[in-house]
Design a binder for this molecule. Structure first.
Ligand SMILES: N[C@@H](CCC(=O)N[C@@H](CS)C(=O)NCC(=O)O)C(=O)O
Length: 211
């Protein structure tokens, strides 16, 4: 089984954390050259986005779906879902929070040609999304139960990407939210999160070098 992934993609990064933490036999492969306009890639990924999991029965996409699919597909591997049913709902809720209230504005800000009004709106939305997290996160601990879950898999790369974007803009988008900041720092000490953040950093360095 293969995962089409790019080191810097926060969506692919969350799936890689899950793959590493679960010790799964899944190979990471890059998309084909010119993937955005590549017809073969479009056949695998109708949305034209990364990541894509290549299963024997066909491709699967949408990183939040992939996180849950890997849970069910490899029941013998260490679980990244809490046991408690309320915590399971919270895990899904935090993944949704990342996808609905953090990533859209982060992606808008990361675009090279965002106009000033859109950028202001995106910063406001992002600050709002981070502020909401303050009431949902525990501080320096895993988001739920006492181990890594899909919530941490989604949050760690998103918070890293927000930090990188904020630094580029000369802003501080996470540090004012002290609980979220402490949580992000704590997560970086998890070996699987650290590995993937290193991959993202390396990918960013490469992007800067090639321009
Ligand atoms: N909702 C999708 C979002 C995936 C996504 O937007 N991936 C980005 C890379 S981080 C992408 O492929 N963007 C298309 C592009 O850059 O043209 C998911 O969770 O998998």
């Amino acid at each position: 089984m293969d995962l089409i992934s790019l080191p810097v993609s926060p969506f692919a990064a969350r799936v890689r954390i899950a793959i590493y933490a679960k010790g799964l036999p899944i190979d990471l492969i890059p998309p084909p050259a010119g993937w955005r306009d590549n017809r073969h890639f479009r056949d695998l990924s109708p949305t034209g986005r990364i990541p894509v999991l290549l299963e024997d029965r066909g491709p699967l996409w949408e990183s939040a779906v992939l996180l849950e699919y890997l849970e069910e597909r490899f029941p013998e591997a260490p679980s990244l879902m809490p046991i408690d049913v309320f915590d399971r709902a919270m895990a899904r809720l935090l993944v949704r929070h990342v996808d609905l209230y953090l990533m859209p504005s982060m992606v808008a800000l990361a675009k090279p040609r965002t106009d000033a009004a859109s950028a202001r709106r995106a910063v406001e939305e992002l600050l709002n999304g981070v502020a909401m997290l303050e009431d949902l996160l525990p501080g320096p601990a895993y988001a739920l139960c006492d181990r890594l879950t899909i919530a941490d898999c989604a949050l760690a790369p998103a918070l890293f990407a927000i930090g990188v974007t904020a630094e580029r803009l000369g802003m501080d988008l996470i540090a004012p939210a002290s609980i979220t900041e402490a949580y992000a720092q704590f997560l970086r000490r998890d070996q699987h999160v650290e590995r993937v953040i290193d991959e993202m950093q390396e990918g960013l360095r490469h992007l800067v070098q090639v321009g």
